[in-house]
Design a protein around this ligand. Sequence first.
Ligand code: ADP
Ligand code: MG
Ligand code: MG
Length: 879
Amino acid sequence: MTKYVYMFSEGNATMRNLLGGKGANLAEMTGLGLPVPRGFTITTEACTRYYEDNESIAPEIEAEIFETLAKAEDMIGKKFGDPNDPYLVSVRSGSRASMPGMMDTILNLGLNDTVVEGLAKLTDNPRFAYDSYRRFIAMFGDVVMEVEKSLFEEELDAVKADRGAKLDTDLDADAMKEVVDRYKALYARVKGESFPQDPREQLMAAVKAVFRSWNNERANVYRRMNDIPGSWGTAVNIQEMVYGNMDNTSGTGVAFTRDPSTGENKLYGEFLMNAQGEDVVAGIRTPQTIDQLKDVMPDVYQQFTEIAEKLERHYRDMQDMEFTIERGKLFMLQTRNGKRTAAAALKVAVDLVEEGMITKEEALMKIDPKQLDALLHPTFVPAALKSAQSIAKGLPASPGAATGRVYFDASTATEASERGEKVILVRVETSPEDIQGMNVSQGILTGRGGMTSHAAVVARGMGKCCVSGCSELSIREKDGYFTTEDGTRFNEGDWISLDGSTGLIYAGAIDTQDASLSGDFDMIMKWSDDVRVLKIRTNADTVRDAAMAIKLGAEGIGLCRTEHMFFEADRIFAFRQMIVAKTVEARRAALEKLLPMQKEDFIGLFETMQGYPVTIRFLDPPLHEFLPHEDAEINELAGELKISAADLKTLINDLHELNPMMGHRGCRLAVTYPEIAEMQTRAVIEAAIEVNKKGQNIIPEIMIPLICDVKELKFVKNIVVKTADKIIADSGVKLEYHVGTMIEIPRAALTADEIAAEADFFSFGTNDLTQMTYGLSRDDAGKILESYYQNKIFESDPTARLDLVGVGKLMKIASQDGRSVKKDLKLGICGEHGGDPSSIAYCHELGFNYVSCSPFRVPIARLAAAQAAISGADNLGQK
Ligand code: ADP
Ligand code: MG
Ligand code: MG
């Protein structure tokens, strides 16, 4: 029989998939002998069962929950629902991957009208008892029964106003009693039934609510953004309560073993006395920094620092911990590997190696390659910053610089971003509903909440600039403006700039500049290069991109799109002359004009790449992409081309295609107009000869796109070889060159053995390969996918990631069949996925020679390739 419930003492950190991250770590800490309130975990499998059983909890699972509860009661010596000495619990969700703020915790469960009286008597502290009860009613009401949180807050505010209290802590027992009464009345009003009094009923309702929350909208959005499958489910932790809200010798806090913004090796965090649960991150009162705990409670501080060190050594990584103090006694409520900025991630990884705690390989595995993006992003241009006017200062919650127009809610921010605007999301505080809006913003600014507030944590995770807790601003979300201390008003759509490293906020837009990289970055890159097997190339069409890529560590160009060169103002005309040419002679004449320009481009690229391989793809898009469609433009162009507008229109109509993705493009152009391929070959070969004469050793790689049959490749290759060999022979110098093809049509993948016979290399164009394998156009997928998400057919855009099941299978077939014919067939990838870590791991597995990605992704690819090599070696070790 499947076991669905585990006591903390039965689990450990390796059981993360079953117990969720929180549960596994609570079990691990219990095993380490740390002061963890006792409890048990209902497994993620129980959540999966809940959905299999039509959103109900099977009787045997319910029975197992209550059996375990009884065991816990025996251990603790308190009974659930016993008014004389009640056992109260928290109900806490926790999935395999940490999903911050996704599912809410319920505290003080087990309280009811009689138990609360008992608790008041027992502790001789009625204020505490009623404070706990009102918190429970609000949390249960909000999380389980969907009574809006703000309604509870209104009641609380009313009582505070009545009594002239500023803070929650100013309310006495009597006031708390009134809050409880009001909450219960509110609950009954909204739900049409009174607040549930049976603790067992409360418990099961809470467990179900956690399971339900796994599937709520914001959890789905978060999972979609983070590639977390819905099938994982969440675990539920039921844990004995400890009370940070008992008195002024009690409190609650959060801390990191190192600074999560910079990585500096010192305890970093916040706490609040006489507080419970999320008070510290919710910004209800301003928390104290963890250092101040030294003065408030020296012994607890000492014990906490020891535990923090122990945990860091145990997990061999920076920890993010939650704790509560009950009447001077410390309890650990959570630990996990802490989220950190990219800069901190690098520093912590390098420091841990230098401290002898981990190996270089382990250090590399700790860094999320995607995070490196943040380091490569801009900061303000110092000169521009000098003349900028700072209007306020908040907390430097997530570093980087951002400039944009202010919007006050997630949906208008999203709309503005869809219009192409740069957006700064300004909120009093953020909640999980805002995630999409945060995602489209350049930066986030909040009026409330500390360095560990929702906005701060989520922004750091996104690698996005954030200034939080800027209390100087008076933010009026509903009215669409904010004012600074001196009364200056900023309306929706006004420009501001944020510095997430200093917390400063500026009026207007400020120019930004590229990042400069730290020594830690260089170190991590060097370690990566030492272990990776894959070469990293870049997709670059210009000298500028190529030079940037080289700086970031590229070892070649995997894709140079020649058509991009034709779009430039001084060339498009010659190119259009080529398109409208009615005879081969006229077309050749136009191509003659293009030849020197294209050759010049290649010389530039070859020189920049300093002998690294350069793959040049022949003309790929359909010709109509180069022609105008508006009447005015057509008339103008007709005049310039000296043809009639009517003729030009006819030509444009003739070129029009219903499905351009599968139309007259790629090698098909070269088949119709061999002279284009001829010109491009001349440009490549002549450029290489010229550069090599100056002492370089370029081996150009000519890539024929959109092959579906080997005969196409043979045909185009024949043009290339004939043209190239003649130029080389005439020049009297030696030049090696390669001709290969893209694999981007499923049929090419399936006939790779035939194609390999004619190709020196395969480069997987996974953008088109994905679209064609799914039969789904990326450009039109949006609307279609909406209903696919709703119906859970897809959880995220399948074309956004490399689909290992289908597209991956084609890649595998093509690689294996290709190499079965030609052992040393060079394999690479040049689609968007070439910079995506999980795709890179797959390319490593298939034995590719290189991946190619956009210049700014090169560092990500270097690290991801190293991680693939390291975990590949691990896999071998286990076999
Ligand atoms: P999240 O995943 O959102 O951080 P948690 O389950 O960690 O939610 O709970 C949030 C907070 O609630 C904890 O940091 C802690 O302060 C408080 N809490 C949870 N369980 C208990 C408990 N058994 N006793 C006291 N406080 C608790
Ligand atoms: Mg939370
Ligand atoms: Mg927590």
